[in-house]
Write a protein that binds this ligand. Structure first.
Ligand code: SF4
Ligand code: SF4
Length: 199
């Protein structure tokens, strides 16, 4: 207990005077948006095109808050005698962010790079049921995922880039070959045509 009456008040005023001259550390959200680190865990985005419906994320999620529905589709064989194949088609992919604890296990375990952290955080709602977000919203959040950091300049080229470049080179070669064959065929047809113009 203080010895002098009003000592507590004086102490409080001293703290007020000391802090009122310091720079404010609070921000006037929503007028001023916070500058978050690019790798902030705001929300989980889905790159739907990469998802093979392997169900690994849903099985590993400790909260069981990932809901996936799919059906099988037959892909006809490309060559005669080969077998038709089946593939999974994603019908529903939803995450209940009211249950999610942002542990990141689903992002870590996805073997096909279909889940990413996005720093997007403005999806608060007054209705808890609206915190279950479907694949269209999760896909749209992919636009807010920051680009991966640049590789070290002496690092090897990622194998995905090498394979994509080889495939593009092969396609360009095939197209050039087809174009030269087509122009050669039209030139020979023109040379075989009679000079008087009779058919
Ligand atoms: S971050 Fe964790 S809790 Fe949330 S959906 Fe992924 S695995 Fe489940
Ligand atoms: S682990 Fe990845 S590929 Fe498998 S269902 Fe989940 S998001 Fe799709």
């Amino acid at each position: 207990m203080s010895k002098f009456p009003g000592a507590g008040l004086a102490k409080g005023l001293a703290v007020t005077l000391r802090t009122m001259t310091k720079r404010s550390v609070t921000q006037g959200y929503p007028e001023v948006l916070p500058e978050l680190p690019p790798r902030s865990r705001g929300v989980i985005a889905l790159f739907e095109e990469n998802c093979t419906v392997c169900m690994l994320c849903a099985r590993e999620c400790p909260d069981w808050c990932i809901y996936i529905d799919s059906h099988k589709e037959v892909v006809p064989a490309k060559e005669p005698g080969a077998r038709d194949r089946t593939r999974n088609v994603l019908d529903r992919f939803a995450i209940d962010f009211a249950l999610c604890m942002y542990c990141g296990i689903c992002v870590e375990v996805c073997p096909f790079d279909a889940l990413f952290w996005s720093p997007e955080f403005e999806y608060a709602t007054e209705d808890i049921q609206q915190l279950t977000h479907e694949k269209d919203t999760l896909r749209a959040w992919m636009w807010t995922v920051p680009a991966p950091p640049a590789l070290d300049e002496r690092a090897e080229e990622p194998k995905e880039l090498t394979m994509a470049r080889r495939a593009a080179d092969k396609l360009a070669k095939e197209q050039a070959q087809a174009a030269s064959e087509a122009s050669g065929a039209s030139a020979s047809e023109a040379s075989e045509a009679p000079e008087d113009g009779t058919p």
